[in-house]
Design a binder for this molecule. Structure first.
Ligand code: ZN
Length: 146
């Protein structure tokens, strides 16, 4: 019975430890400040959705607004444009919740340092990939571009 249990689990102590650690969420090392996205303000106009504080949002996460728009329109399969006031105008109807979910995904993938969890990072573009460089721990992560 003992032998069977061992076989079923199939992980060494070290492996289990690694797995346990990899599941612990990383925090911003600057005293555990949890980064929160500003609330999304949207209004529906006909068949369009206007993301009103889009420019502020891009600013809050320190990313180029055109890049952020590119990500959102791709994920939503919608057309989008940014007007002079910094509103993002999307074709189609999207709730603030949907946009919020996508933004969080974007932040997790393209803003947060996977090594230390800091959001003080820069994203460098090259032809086929992005390089996420952390200003807190100087880790560099290569990410697929979109
Ligand atoms: Zn880092």
């Amino acid at each position: 019975m003992k032998g069977l249990l061992k076989k079923v689990r199939g992980y060494s102590y070290e492996e289990l430890l690694d797995r346990a650690f990899s599941k612990i969420p990383v925090r911003d090392p600057s005293k555990g400040v949890v980064f929160e996205l500003p609330n999304i303000e949207t209004i529906a106009v006909g068949t369009k959705t206007i993301f009103k504080n889009f420019r502020n949002m891009a600013h809050a996460i320190g990313r180029d607004e055109k890049l952020l728009m590119k990500y959102l329109v791709k994920e939503l399969a919608a057309a989008g444009s940014i007007d002079e006031a910094g509103n993002l105008i999307l074709s189609g109807k999207f709730s603030a919740q949907v946009l919020d979910k996508l933004l969080k995904r974007f932040v997790d993938a393209y803003v947060k340092c996977p090594t230390c969890g800091s959001i003080h990072t820069v994203l460098e573009k090259s032809k086929k990939a992005f390089k996420l460089r952390c200003l807190a721990c100087s880790a560099e992560t290569t990410l697929p571009s979109f």
